[in-house]
Design a protein. Structure first.
Length: 247
């Protein structure tokens, strides 16, 4: 009779080592992403946030709410290593309230820009609107699943990370590439590199890609790619026309 092999249990020491590496990696990612936002929106933060010369009140609200997400990301990331698990859980409820508000404010801010005729870079208004809305779609989906996985720390922290990565495009677009001696097109490879960091970490630490990393990373990357083609479709152009208030 064949007796199925029982996988060896991980030793307590091995578990502690894995937890240490997780804390180092996810802590480093929280610092990297928050720092990237500070660099990308340096004029906004240097102006003192409230006094920043933004075009509308809606964009002010958008900036404040999205900034709060990164403050919470830093706090949440370091509360567990500090032994404040209870605070982490309580603040988690606040974080998801902020996340829900971000989706609403993000779409309203995108619509506000559409109505003011403000496009992203060289894109037309319809495509610019698609870029902003698709970012919110990606953020909403991954954040929802991170909430559902809140009792599975390995999946939860990866999904929170990818939810944050889904909204990093705007900050990375504003890095001073030319001052760093690079062409603006470097932002595409920078963003792709950010998305690959969790994949590389999984391969090193787990010797495989975690399921949450696989599906969330794929979703964020695919939506990032297809948002421009979506913005060029007749259906989306018609929707943009309506949302801009043109009848």
């Amino acid at each position: 009779m064949n007796i199925p092999a029982v996988p060896p249990a991980r030793s307590p020491q091995r578990i502690r080592v894995n937890q240490l590496w997780d804390r180092l990696f996810f802590g480093a990612m929280a610092i990297l992403l928050t720092g990237s936002v500070l660099v990308g929106f340096r004029t906004y933060f240097l102006a003192g946030i409230v006094r920043a010369p933004l075009p509308s009140k809606m964009i002010h609200v958008h900036g404040a709410v999205f900034s709060l997400w990164f403050v919470l990301l830093m706090l949440q990331t370091f509360l567990v290593p500090a032994g404040r698990v209870h605070w982490h859980r309580q603040l988690g409820l606040v974080s998801y309230g902020v996340a829900a508000l971000m989706v609403v404010i993000g779409v309203l801010a995108a619509t506000d820009s559409l109505r003011r005729g403000v496009a992203i870079g060289s894109f037309d208004l319809s495509v610019s609107y698609a870029i902003s809305v698709m970012d919110m779609v990606a953020f909403a989906i991954v954040t929802l699943f991170s909430y559902l996985a809140r009792h599975r720390p390995d999946a939860h922290k990866r999904l929170v990370l990818f939810a944050t990565l889904s909204i990093m495009d705007a900050a990375l677009d504003r890095w001073p590439y030319e001052e760093m001696g690079m062409h603006f097109s470097a932002h595409t490879w920078t963003y792709l590199g950010f998305l690959l960091l969790p994949v590389i970490y999984d391969l090193i630490s787990l010797h495989r890609v975690h399921r949450s990393t696989l599906w969330a990373g794929t979703l964020v990357y695919v939506l990032n790619i297809i948002r421009v083609p979506i913005g060029k479709t007749r259906l989306w152009m018609a929707l943009s026309h309506v949302m801009a208030g043109h009848h």
